[in-house]
Design a protein around this ligand. Structure first.
Ligand SMILES: [Zn+2]
Length: 55
């Protein structure tokens, strides 16, 4: 259930994985994000670039 890399809880693969024990582990250890493709773990906040003022 735990990720061997970050020692956090790996995402549940099926409904039967959503147990109270898993929920408690997620709260105490956090969720593993190693398996997620790069860039999807924490998307950067959408920053609106200011419109370039004419010089
Ligand atoms: Zn991990």
């Amino acid at each position: 259930m735990l990720c061997l890399t970050c020692r956090r809880v790996r995402p549940a693969l099926s409904r039967s994985d959503y147990t109270a024990e898993r929920a408690l582990l997620i709260v105490t250890r956090g969720l593993c994000a190693c398996g997620l493709p790069p860039g999807r773990t924490r998307p950067p906040p959408a920053v609106r670039e200011p419109v370039a003022a004419p010089k």
